[in-house]
Structure formats: structure tokens, C-alpha cells
Design a protein around this ligand. Structure first.
Ligand code: AMP
Length: 602
């Protein structure tokens, strides 16, 4: 197995492709060794003892003894750790050093993922390898500066004395972030900007720092594409103030965080010429190609673009123009850090794929059949439910979809991450996956189950009707309105932005509503036809409503860098209240779910 400890990723002769080939050469072997390593290190932990593994480390015993679990199955053990139970090693032999808060929740409660020092080791490895890959692909990577839009959220204390925070927050607040082996000092922003836990202030300052060094910026980075789009929207909203700050050399009064203010005072020098350039570009009120117009040497934007982030690709392309590469580097989660790596950095944005990273965890895959209702059908060892055979990494089949299950060195054993992946190919023996979506269903009224992937594709199909109106879909979410009359119905919330004098056209929006209603799965249409599901409703919200939703989540502790717009909101919930308060127009479908469109009621 290629060992990352022996590898110098910064050596001039380091060849990332040869290294990837080495990692990919024998996935079965690496996986067996990985499992052996995890189980032998943790042989005496309570969890493995409880399930009768008794120190065995082979694949067969592991599969025979251990159940496939969700977070709720291990929550009691995790909460013991959170509450400081040190009576025995519970999940890992190595000490827990902090908790990652997953962006997913369980019934609104946070999910705490315990981590050991080894997690940090993986971060070091991942960052170094990705840097080497990017340096090879983009020559400019070595020289210029980066506008890195990440910022830390809040850390919370747990009774154990350990901190809990999002993976990004933990990382930015750790010594690793300032370790020159990981983050060579190429950022345009000082550390104070990263550490500010107010997303708006931090993003404003990231942008300001990049504006003062506009010619040196060669790359943009954010964890998820949503934060990058949010940053450009802040520029759209605040460019007049930004120009004023640059002209006067004084940070804006709304930068309240004292450390941040001091840091910005050091950076800002009066520069009327620069202010005039930014004013000239922003006052055109045309945001096409705004990134190269203001930061002319930018060659690449690295940010996650797959899954629910696909939605942001068109607007990002609009801002970036045709000559800046958009690269989705990796697929990860706080439970495992690196799940997959994009080994084809120049792939088109609609064909992003990730090679499973066989050194990160021991992986298993639950086959997902096309007719699956997904939830509840895989529960080995549980109460008489249907059991499906899990497949090893070496045995997944091309074209098939699977739900990913992980066993990690940080104490999760046969844990369902909740994501569905599709096998698109192999590098040597190692599978390369497309990220399909969260396994869980987001909308269900009758027996139909609509998942996130379907919701995304239906929304995008309907939103195509906005083409040519000068408007476009900026954000969306959904809910099942179980109290609607005459029958429960799907409700879609859309935030629409207008470009170049575009205005909302009621006729077009009615068509979008009908298309949405006609485009869900056959079961949905059947229940619609039979009246169990009522006509779909489209609610248009004011611009900024989804930003408000994000601010509200961030104020409750979600990391702004990891925030993802919820594509589904519950009723009742504070998210629904925010969206409902912002509704400016409502459309009810006139579509006949069997395919025809009824005339509107008079
Ligand atoms: P978190 O629990 O906050 O670390 O979020 C992890 C989840 O984010 C994963 O389980 C995925 O659902 C999603 N995610 C992470 N990386 C990607 C990616 N490259 N493409 C699409 N979704 C992703």
C-alpha cells in the first residue's frame, strides 16, 4: 500500500498521477488492510466487544458480528462521549479530541461525530495531495494569491470539556490551518478574517482583501458553490460601500469585530484609482463575467459543484465567464473527511466524479434498486426487515447506484452516511462515482417517495421556462403541505433574480408551476390523478429570502462555509416561517397530471 508517511508531495519530482495509480492499483488489498488496521487498533473498545468481535479483524467476522447502523443507533454511545464518560474506551482506543457537527441533523438535534488525532493526519494528507494535483494542472497555482472564502463558525463546549463545531470551523481554528505544509501562505486574507464567526463581516472582508490585491488573485475557493455565489451577491449589494472604503482607506463601520477591524485597518490604504476601477465595472449593472473583469488573472475556481450544488453552476459560469476553470475537488463528510477525490480536474461541470479514497475508511455499498423506497429496506440484524447484501468496494458494478456505508478509524462501524453514488468507471481497480444525492426522501404525501435528486431535476426542468425572460431561478426549497385543501400538496418556494431589466412574468410562472406538477415520478402523478395529492403550489419569495434563511441557520450555530440551502423545509419550522413571510406571489397548478393542462379556473 502506498504510504502517505513516505511521500513528499512537495518534492519537485512528485507525480500525482503516478501516486493515484498506485493507490488505485489494488483496492481489495488496501481495503482489507484498512479494516484490519481499524479493528486491531480498537480491538478492546466497548462497541466491538459488545457485538462479539472478540479481537477478530477479518472481513467475514466483521460482517457477521456488526450491524449496519444509522446515527440514531450509535447516538447513545456518542452522547456518553459528549458527556465525558471516560469509564472505558467506548468507540475508539485513541482519545477523542473534538466533535464534528454534521450539517445533517436528526429531528432538528445536532449530530456529533467524534474524531481522534488521526482525522487531522488525513487533512494534512488530503491538502498536500490536492495542492500537488492543482499545481500540475494549473501552472499559475504556484505563483498567485487565492481568495479563499471560508470562515469559521462558533465552537460550542460539551460537558466532556471537548469542543464541538462544524468540520470547517474545527479546521480553521486548529493549528493545522496555519501549518505551512498544509496551507502555504497564499491567501489574500489575514487569519482574523477566517476566524470571524459572522459570515457577512467575514465575506465582506475576504472580498475587500481580494479587491486590494485584485491583480494577484489567480484562484477562488469556497467549500461549497453556494458560499461563492453568496459572496458575489454581497459584492452586488455592497460595492458602493466597498469602493468608499477603498477610496478612504478605512474599513466600513459595519465591521464591528475588533480584531477583524484592526487587521483590515492594516491592509486598507486609500486607493482612489482602484475604487474607480471597481465602480466602473460594478455600476454597469451587468454581472456577466464580473470575476475576470475585477480579478483579471483568475484561472480557477475550486468549490464543490455536485449534488445540490449543481444548481449554482449556471450562475457561477455567468459570473466567471468562459475562461476560468470550475473544479469540484473532492467529496467528503465530517464522518470520514475524504470520501472521494476528483482525479480528473479538467472534467466538465456536469460530469464531476470522485474516485473513492480507499485509505480513508473501509467502505461497503448497499445496492439501490430503481424502484427502491430507499428508507428502511436495509437493516441486517434488525427486526425482521428485508436484508440486502452489502457489496465491497472491489465488487461494485459499473452503472449501478449504491448507498455508501463506512467504517472509520474514528469509531464509526458500518455507518450509513446517507448518500447515494453511481459507479461511472474505474481507475485501475478503484471505482469512480458520481454523487447522486442524499438517500433520504425529501417529499412524500401518499406512497410516492421523491428524493433530492429527483426534486433537483424536476425544478431545473421547470426553471428552463424562465429562459429568455431576463430572470433566473436563484434558490429553491420545498415542503409537503399536509393541511392543503382539497388535498395535501407539494409546495415549491422559488427565489428568482432579474438580470438586465428582466421582470417576473405571471404567465411564464404559471407554466413553470404546471411543468413542476407534471414532472414528478409516476406514483406522484397517479396519486395526483386520484386526488390523494392536490395541485402543486409555487410560492415566489422576495430576493434575499434564502439569504435570510442562511443567516438564521448561521446564527443558530451552523457554519456558513458548510451551510447548504435546505431543499426541503418542515411544517411547522422557523425556516418555513421565514420563507412564508417573504412570499410575493403564489401559483396553483392547472395541470392535469395525466398529461394535459386544464384551462385556468375563471
Ligand atoms: P457534513 O456532514 O456537514 O460534513 O456534510 C457532508 C455531506 O455533504 C455529504 O454526506 C454529502 O451529502 C454532501 N457533500 C459533501 N461533498 C460533496 C460533493 N462533492 N458533492 C455533493 N455533495 C457533497
Amino acid at each position: 500500500m502506498p504510504s502517505r508517511r513516505d511521500t513528499d508531495f512537495t518534492a519537485p519530482d512528485f507525480d500525482p498521477d503516478a501516486f493515484l495509480d498506485l493507490v488505485a492499483a489494488d483496492v481489495g488489498l488496501i481495503q482489507r488492510q484498512k479494516l484490519h488496521d481499524i479493528l486491531s487498533r480498537n480491538a478492546n473498545v466497548e462497541y466491538l466487544q459488545r457485538h462479539g468481535l472478540n479481537g477478530r479483524t477479518d472481513v467475514a467476522s466483521f460482517k457477521q458480528c456488526l450491524p449496519v447502523i444509522n446515527y440514531q443507533d450509535v447516538e447513545t454511545d456518542i452522547l456518553r462521549l459528549v458527556n465525558g464518560d471516560t469509564s472505558a474506551p467506548i468507540l475508539t482506543a485513541e482519545p477523542i479530541v473534538e466533535f464534528q457537527l454534521s450539517s445533517g441533523t436528526m429531528g432538528g438535534k445536532p449530530k456529533y461525530i467524534p474524531t481522534t488525532a488521526r482525522y487531522a493526519e488525513y487533512s494534512l494528507f488530503y491538502q498536500s495531495l490536492v495542492n500537488a494535483m492543482c499545481k500540475k494542472q494549473f501552472k499559475e497555482w504556484r505563483n498567485g494569491k487565492s481568495l479563499d472564502l471560508r470562515s469559521a463558525g462558533k465552537l460550542t463546549d460539551t460537558p466532556s470539556g471537548l469542543k464541538a463545531g462544524s468540520a470547517t470551523t474545527n479546521y480553521l481554528k486548529s493549528a493545522m490551518f496555519t501549518d505551512p505544509r498544509i496551507e502555504p501562505d497564499v491567501s489574500c486574507s489575514p487569519i482574523e478574517v477566517y476566524l470571524c464567526d459572522d459570515f457577512n463581516q467575514a465575506t465582506y472582508c475576504h472580498l475587500m482583501c481580494s479587491l486590494t490585491q485584485a491583480a494577484e488573485i489567480v484562484k477562488f475557493h469556497s467549500l461549497f458553490a453556494a458560499s461563492l455565489v453568496a459572496a458575489v451577491q454581497i459584492l452586488q449589494k455592497c460595492w458602493v460601500e466597498m469602493c468608499e472604503d477603498i477610496r478612504s482607506g478605512t474599513p466600513n463601520a459595519k465591521i464591528l469585530n475588533p480584531e477583524l477591524r484592526r487587521a483590515m485597518e492594516k491592509i486598507l490604504k486609500p486607493d482612489p484609482q482602484l475604487a474607480a476601477m471597481i465602480e466602473r465595472e460594478c455600476s454597469k449593472n451587468d454581472w456577466a463575467g464580473i470575476i475576470p473583469r475585477i480579478w483579471p488573472n483568475t484561472v480557477v475556481i475550486t468549490t464543490i459543484l455536485s449534488g445540490s450544488m449543481q444548481h449554482y453552476v449556471p450562475i457561477l459560469k455567468h459570473f466567471a465567464g468562459n475562461n476560468i476553470a470550475l473544479v469540484s475537488l473532492f467529496y467528503g463528510s465530517c464522518e470520514c473527511h475524504l470520501l472521494g477525490l476528483n482525479v480528473r480536474l479538467n472534467c466538465p461541470t456536469d460530469q464531476v466524479e470522485y474516485m473513492i479514497w480507499p485509505e480513508s475508511a473501509y467502505f461497503e455499498f448497499i445496492p439501490v434498486a430503481a424502484d427502491d423506497s430507499h428508507a428502511d429496506n436495509i437493516a441486517p440484524h434488525s427486526t425482521g426487515k428485508k436484508t440486502r447484501q452489502l457489496v465491497d468496494t472491489a465488487d461494485v458494478e459499473l452503472g449501478k447506484e449504491y448507498e455508501i456505508v463506512i467504517t472509520t478509524v474514528c469509531g464509526l462501524y458500518r455507518y450509513r452516511v446517507g448518500d447515494v453514488l453511481k459507479v461511472k468507471g474505474f481507475r485501475k481497480t478503484t471505482p469512480i462515482f458520481e454523487y447522486i444525492g442524499r438517500q433520504n426522501v425529501v417529499l412524500s404525501i401518499a406512497s410516492e417517495k421523491t428524493d433530492e435528486a429527483e426534486l433537483n431535476s424536476v425544478v431545473h426542468k421547470a426553471a428552463r421556462q424562465l429562459e429568455g425572460t431576463g430572470t433566473e431561478l436563484a434558490e429553491f426549497s420545498s415542503m409537503a403541505d399536509m393541511l392543503a385543501s382539497p388535498a395535501p400538496c407539494y409546495v415549491l418556494f422559488w427565489e428568482i433574480t432579474a438580470r438586465c431589466n428582466g421582470i417576473l412574468d405571471a404567465e411564464v410562472l404559471q407554466k413553470c408551476t404546471n411543468t413542476l406538477d407534471l414532472s414528478f415520478n409516476p406514483r406522484y402523478r397517479r396519486w395526483r390523478n386520484e386526488g390523494q395529492i392536490g395541485p402543486l403550489e409555487l410560492r415566489i419569495v422576495t430576493e434575499g429570502a434564502f439569504k435570510q434563511l442562511m443567516d438564521s441557520a448561521v446564527s443558530r450555530g451552523t457554519s456558513s462555509s458548510q451551510y447548504k440551502t435546505p431543499r426541503h423545509v418542515k411544517s411547522p419550522s422557523s425556516a418555513l416561517e421565514i420563507l412564508d413571510a417573504a412570499v410575493v406571489a403564489t401559483f396553483k397548478s392547472h395541470a392535469n397530471p395525466m398529461g394535459n393542462v386544464d384551462p385556468p379556473p375563471s
